[in-house]
Design a protein around this ligand. Structure first.
Ligand code: ZN
Length: 354
């Protein structure tokens, strides 16, 4: 392959005003553009959609055919934002034009062969299969020399820019540690050095004592609206025990995580009686070969909805230029979520989980 260049190869660019990096994937602009397709999301989905590139047996845009899978299915993203063979390279012009080439691997995980399911409608044993796959992927990708960080995330709903309702998530594994993770690592590290305990262990103990923002809790995980929440119904799922990554969870803890993930998302759906859109992501220790006792496994949920299934919160104006702002408090949000039924509204209607 020819040398590194900014037009063809995935890279990071440095913003000297903020001191932060942006990931650029120029090769992705070459993927087919299908134009805007308006979809009526209120319509009931079929359990199989011949047009869906994630359904079993269908052909994807890259020409590859999905197997007739029966539970989970993982494949390398046909239009990956990151590539494993990006040539090494960097740019530094007077400390103002700074760029670094970036290596990585992007994967897609289908949660279920069923086109019409979402996590809140899935059974716990089936969600557990997804968690087991996250564990093995974190380990396998983390074992590669070029990979130092594994980001697992789920984008749900067209409001979040996710055009395909088929239940799935993505993994972007890369050689550098991303911006948000670096920030959390710095603060968790300072806290751990000073106190000898993880920041989130102490935070969780205080939340437990106050019991004002906890939405749901089982033996191993707690779902809550964080004190500092910026999105109206932002939530976190935090491991009750200070484990630093998914592979440290024992067998009952993995099942408890499936239970907590379902419990939170059922309450989300019940809140506005809609398939509640959000971006979910795991934060856990980087896979850079260093010990990370400061890291405490957690998930973030950033949902855009404000007052109903159609009124969306925008982070614009003051929020873009200065800092986030919210009107109702984290405690009010937690109350509204906590009072929702733990049974999905669709399951109630039909008398059984679909
Ligand atoms: Zn985090």
């Amino acid at each position: 392959m020819a040398g590194f260049n900014l037009e063809d190869h995935p890279h990071r660019r440095y913003n000297p005003l903020t001191g932060e990096w942006v990931l650029v994937s120029p090769h992705r602009a070459k993927r087919p553009w299908q134009g805007q397709v308006e979809k009526d999301e209120s319509k009931a989905l079929p359990d199989y959609d011949p047009e869906c590139y994630l359904c079993p047996g269908n052909t994807r845009a890259g020409g590859k055919e999905n197997p007739a899978y029966t539970d989970t299915f993982i494949f390398t993203n046909d239009f990956s934002s990151l590539l494993p063979d990006t040539p090494d390279g960097k740019l530094d012009e007077s400390g103002l034009f700074i760029a670094r080439s970036e290596r990585g691997i992007a994967k897609v995980i289908c949660f279920s062969p069923r086109h019409d399911l979402t996590v809140p409608l899935m059974d716990i044993p089936d969600i557990r299969k997804v968690i087991d796959l996250w564990v093995t992927q974190y380990e396998a990708l983390g074992a590669l020399d070029i990979i130092n960080h594994v980001q697992i995330f789920e984008n749900k709903g067209s409001m979040m820019g996710c055009s395909n309702p088929h239940p799935h998530c993505q993994i972007w594994a890369q050689s550098s540690i991303p911006v948000e993770v670096t920030k959390e690592q710095k603060n968790q590290s300072a806290y751990f050095e000073e106190n000898g305990r993880t920041l989130l262990s102490d935070y969780l103990a205080m939340e437990q004592e106050k019991n004002e923002r906890i939405i749901y809790r089982n033996d191993s995980f707690t779902a809550l609206v964080p004190f500092w929440a910026t999105w109206p119904f932002e939530a976190m799922i935090i491991a009750n025990r200070p484990v630093n990554s998914l592979p440290e969870l024992n067998d009952p803890e993995k099942t408890a995580l499936a239970d907590c993930y379902k419990a939170l998302t059922v309450r989300y759906d019940n809140l506005f009686r809609t398939s509640f859109p959000y971006s979910m992501g795991f934060h856990q220790a980087p896979v850079d070969g260093k010990p990370h006792p400061e890291w405490h496994l957690h998930m973030h949920f950033y949902p855009p909805l404000l007052r109903s299934a159609t009124v969306k919160k925008f982070m614009v104006g003051y929020e873009m230029m200065a800092n986030p702002q919210r009107d109702f408090t984290a405690e009010q949000s937690a109350n509204r979520l906590r009072e929702q039924s733990g049974i999905h509204y669709k399951a109630k209607q039909s008398g059984k989980i679909p």
